[in-house]
Ligand binder design. Structure first.
Ligand SMILES: CC(C)(COP(=O)(O)OP(=O)(O)OC[C@H]1O[C@@H](n2cnc3c(N)ncnc32)[C@H](O)[C@@H]1OP(=O)(O)O)[C@@H](O)C(=O)NCCC(=O)NCCS
Length: 196
């Protein structure tokens, strides 16, 4: 299972949805990525720091490419098909091969919020997790004061399992997080619901 997952992550496929293309990151994503990663509103509820310079974005991209090469779990670039702009990332934070579980995370440029893009991308990645990675359970967490992210998880068929108190130390404070999960036997929204 571990060797299989490594081979998938080192040859990350392209996932097409109605409006998006989820594809491996490249160094050419620097400009688009810096644009949204330098926005403190985007990084407020995620565990990475606001990018201070394009150089920092380049280092993040180099690290992502190293991860692909090693076969470690990694992220897709979220590219909008209409203008080929890279508007965010989504991917697996970790995979546990023994238990066939994993955790997904995502972030999106602020001017692209509330248009259903995260939901469209997450549904595709959940399907990839079950169909390609053969996972049994996929988790996601969000800080309790970031309800939009919980709504995305709900819309993709994930179930809220509880609150983990003081689970993360983020941007100088301890935060409660809400844990969501979906099992491969749970229904995923149909093709027509989110155009995946
Ligand atoms: C969280 C995030 C990914 C959502 O992306 P998105 O593309 O706007 O998500 P969608 O448009 O698919 O869905 C957003 C849903 O949240 C709802 N929503 C937005 N703001 C909300 C709020 N303050 N409270 C409750 N629901 C909210 C929207 O109405 C929508 O639900 P609806 O379709 O039922 O109306 C995006 O805001 C983001 O990138 N934030 C910064 C990074 C981040 O927080 N990542 C997640 C870490 S866990």
């Amino acid at each position: 299972m571990q060797a299989y997952c490594q081979s998938v992550f080192s040859n990350l496929p392209v996932l097409e949805t109605r409006r998006l293309r989820l594809r491996p990151l490249t160094m050419r994503d620097e400009r688009d990525m810096y644009r949204y990663c330098s926005d403190p509103e985007v990084s407020r509820h995620v565990l990475w720091d606001t990018h201070e310079s394009p150089r920092q974005t380049r280092a993040v991209l180099r690290s992502a490419l190293r991860q692909y090469r090693s076969g470690a779990p990694g992220s897709f670039a979220i590219e909008r098909r209409s203008d080929r702009r890279m508007i965010g990332t989504i991917g697996f934070m970790w995979i546990n091969c023994e238990h066939r579980s994993g955790e997904v995370g995502y972030s999106l440029a602020r001017d692209c919020w509330n248009q259903g893009y995260a939901t469209e991308a997450l549904c595709a990645v959940l399907r990839f997790g079950f169909e390609t990675l053969k996972l049994h359970r996929i988790e996601a967490i969000h800080e309790s004061d970031n309800p939009a992210s919980g709504r995305v998880m709900e819309k993709c068929g994930m179930t809220r399992e509880g609150t983990l108190r003081g689970r993360v130390f983020n941007k100088g404070r301890f935060s409660d997080v809400c844990l969501y999960a979906i099992l491969r036997s749970d229904p995923l929204p149909g093709n027509n619901d989110f155009s995946v």
